[in-house]
Write a protein that binds this ligand. Structure first.
Ligand code: AHR
Length: 324
């Protein structure tokens, strides 16, 4: 390693350590409410545990509320946090619409709100920042992979959408459609929600297989998350077909189970979504509380493609103890 690379690594390490110190100094002893969607997926479980770990490391008293997939529960929890007078609120919004009133109440109470992993259709001044991936890009990366993989061959795709009305379902669909546009050999023949769960992914895939000549007419399944893909893999196997070969499987998240499926040759590609949304959110909050530094409205996390060429066993080993 040359001296320039060493200096660059040292500088980025120093920046990281400084921001952790700032966060620790400014967040120690604060009370932060966290309205989480629920536990629909392995990725969601990991986000919950990473957020709790981050809070503990920073000395934040985290008040956790599981909404069990219901927006009304999230709104109730946020109102509860406002009534308790918490110092800040983290929200992973289950759907995009319907937040204006409760966010305005938090603003009125001067409590900063930080959105995690999903967006809202609400005026931007109602929240401090959103930490999320570029979900259109995730869909595009998945679609680009399929375009490259099938080449000129005809490919009929079935799509397992995420929760209806959620930003990842809307944006991942859009991105994938953008990627396959202009490739007339690839088309989406069926598309339905599997609500981001393994059970629903399996059930909907069973229906697709039945409707499409026992699966013989399906070339690929595009699932908006890995859990639905894992459910689909089971449905494909139950139908006597080979996932990954007879039907290609491409999805989003990068959870350990999809890497095991890759090791077994049953999944073809995933786009990683980091479960660490809380780290950048706490950093932004700390800087804001320290001297009023206003963070960017959107803090974008990385979206990286993984295929069986990327050491899936190693990826599984790295992730398996991270709370998924
Ligand atoms: O909002 C992020 C999505 O929500 C994840 O991709 C999915 O697994 C989760 O349920």
């Amino acid at each position: 390693m040359n001296i320039i690379s060493k200096l660059a690594i040292a500088a980025s390490l120093a920046t990281a350590l400084t921001s952790v110190t700032i966060a620790q100094d400014n967040l120690q002893g604060l009370v932060v409410g966290f309205s989480q969607i629920g536990s629909e997926s392995g990725w969601r479980a990991a986000e919950t545990s990473v957020t709790k770990q981050q809070a503990e490391a920073l000395g934040v008293d985290l008040k956790f509320a599981d909404a069990q997939q219901k927006q009304e529960n999230q709104i109730k929890a946020i109102r509860g946090f406002i009534a308790q007078g918490v110092d800040a609120i983290l929200v992973a919004p289950v759907v995009a619409t319907g937040w204006d009133d409760v966010l305005a109440e938090a603003k009125e109470a001067e409590i900063p709100v930080l959105l995690l992993d999903r967006g809202v259709d609400a005026p931007e001044d109602l929240y401090l920042t959103m930490v999320a991936s570029d979900q259109v890009l995730e869909g595009r990366v998945a679609g680009d992979w399929l375009v490259a993989d099938v080449g000129d061959a005809d490919c009929k795709v079935v799509e397992l959408q995420g929760t209806v009305g959620s930003t990842p379902a809307i944006n991942r669909k859009q991105g994938f459609e953008e990627a396959i546009a202009g490739h007339d050999n690839i088309s989406i023949i069926r598309s339905q929600t599997g609500d981001f769960t393994r059970a629903k992914g399996k059930e909907v895939m069973e229906g697709f297989i039945k409707a499409e000549n026992g699966g013989a007419d399906i070339c690929a399944v595009y699932a908006h998350n890995d859990d639905m893909a894992v459910g689909a893999i089971q449905a494909i196997k139950d139908a006597g077909l080979k996932p990954g070969t007879d039907i290609k499987v491409v999805s989003i998240d990068g959870v350990p189970d999809i890497f095991s499926a890759m090791v077994a040759g049953e999944a073809n590609a995933t786009v990683e979504l980091t479960p660490n949304m809380a780290g950048p959110a706490f950093e932004a909050l700390a800087a804001y509380l320290k001297d009023g530094t206003v963070p960017p409205k959107t803090i974008i996390t990385e979206s990286k493609l993984y295929t069986p060429a990327d050491d899936p066993q190693g990826e599984y080993d790295t992730r398996k103890s991270l709370g998924y």
